[in-house]
Design a protein around this ligand. Sequence first.
Ligand code: BDR
Ligand code: CA
Length: 310
Amino acid sequence: KRPIVIDTDTGSDDAVALVLALRDPAVEVLAITTVAGNVGVEQATQNALMTIDYAERGTPPVYQGCAKPLYHSHISAEGVHGEDGMGDLGTLVPSARLPEKEHAVDALIALGRRGGVELLALGPLTNVALAMMKDPEAMRGYTRITLMGGAYTKGNTGHLAEFNLWEDAEAADYVFTFGVPITMVTIEACRDKAKITRDDCARIKATGSRCGAFCVDCNRTLYEASARYGEPYFTLPDAAAAAVLLRPDLVAEQFDSYTRIECQSELAYGATVNDRRPRDRVGTASKESPLPPFNCRVVHRLEERAFKEW
Ligand code: BDR
Ligand code: CA
């Protein structure tokens, strides 16, 4: 089985991604680490434990991580995912399980040391960056980081920035320049395309699956937030990232890039800057130095129908 670790700020689209990974027979989820993002880190941990229960496929350990970004205070997305990050239903059954005692950063390091493991990152990159700072050698044991983050054309938080990378842009830039290859699944990979409509929700609920109903219902506030903007559907960015890792055949469009995250600009804080110039050229800034090698594969479109079927 393919060993993976998932770092998540467990909100409602993270939950769907977790279910998809936990229920994939080709994959072994070694651990789930949590980070502040959509909600506070303690809520993210409770949501991860609860999602594991609803997925009904094993009990991977959950490690709680950082409660705030590296340099800034934490700004949540409760207006989108709900106060509890899971649609504020009041009916979901909390887990009786507890998180592990070890910090997520140390767990990421220990798992990296095993080697040959892939990381799926669904929230701000605070835990991952700190682990890289603390034990770079162990963190080079990850073969690839597939992450939900970035906007290729239009952001969802700043005009150029996507929430996860904007929330902790300094951490994100550290991760992008660290040296482990990255697959960045941008907000465009599902937005405006892989829309989950009321009919889709009804189809899933008609199967009678408790887990399916959970995946639909926890996205209630996400749906309502979109509907307020005249868009009667929701999208699942983290499920799109899971698709790219678990079902690469669902990728429709991608390109290679040297990607950095803007950390200085007031106007463009958190933006993903994708340098796509051919790497056999010399950079214009310094004629002496070659351009840095591509560090990132940018996935910005999925096979919409096949993704939704999956
Ligand atoms: C990302 O931010 C969060 O709201 C979602 O869980 C997703 O990871 C989308 O920008
Ligand atoms: Ca997320």
